[in-house]
Design a binder for this molecule. Structure first.
Ligand code: NI
Ligand code: MN
Length: 226
């Protein structure tokens, strides 16, 4: 699997020939001005919850690439009402087999309202299981004890966790989350985009290393094989 970071909580994972894109927020992100949104290859767009900083570019990308949106019922049908033909609604605890692998939509402790004020359903995360490996994207979330179940369901090869604090887990809770899910390879997201979530990157990496874990902080536009 190849992971590319597009800033904030947006990243893509290439599984075989399939491009999975998570929480696209690129155009409004000052730190991601060099990313060419109109050239991103995409087959599926996953939306963790309804906040603007997770879906700003979703409609355009979905329409340009004719991708399928996968999200909770409320968000998936909100996009369907905007003319998105290919949408897959889910809810907590549900799993579905797609052509690239399976998705389980799991709980996040956060909030979720869509940009126009529409109820955004429950905020969630995704456990992605493929032939080449498994990963967990937590979405925006606090640390919560149910994360222990995730480590029991599947072997997680890497996890994408928010680390910016204030709106989500910070670094110390993300380290504890990685214990809960039994995964020591973490890609950090949801930091530095806004003043409230600025972090000291060197200190974050050191804290993870001191706990025997690897924190990967990618430059925006960079990719890494996982
Ligand atoms: Ni949020
Ligand atoms: Mn957010």
């Amino acid at each position: 699997m190849e992971v590319t970071y597009y800033g904030h909580a947006c990243f893509a994972v290439k599984v075989g020939k399939t491009n999975l894109l998570f929480d696209p927020f690129i155009t409004p992100n000052e730190l991601a001005k060099h990313i060419k949104v109109n050239e991103l290859a995409c087959n599926y767009v996953f939306i963790s919850h309804g906040h603007e900083d997770h879906l700003a570019d979703a409609e355009n990308i979905l329409k340009r690439t004719n991708s399928t949106i996968v999200s909770n019922y409320e968000i998936a049908t909100w996009f369907a009402a905007k003319g998105i033909k290919k949408y897959h609604p889910m809810n907590f605890g549900g799993q579905w087999n797609f052509d690239f692998g399976s998705i389980k939509y799991v709980k996040a402790e956060h909030s979720s309202v869509l940009p126009d004020g529409t109820y955004g359903g429950n905020p969630g995360g995704f456990i992605v299981k493929t032939k080449t490996g498994n990963f967990y994207y937590a979405g925006d979330t606090a640390l919560h004890y149910d994360m222990k179940l995730i480590g029991e369901y599947e072997k997680i090869d890497f996890a994408v966790l928010p680390i910016g604090d204030n709106f989500t887990m910070g670094i110390d809770d993300a380290i504890r989350a990685s214990d809960f899910i039994n995964c020591n390879k973490i890609i950090g997201v949801h930091y530095d985009t806004f003043p409230y979530i600025k972090i000291n990157k060197a200190e974050a990496i050191k804290k993870f290393a001191d706990a025997g874990k690897e924190l990967i902080l990618l430059n925006i536009g960079d990719h890494v094989k996982m």
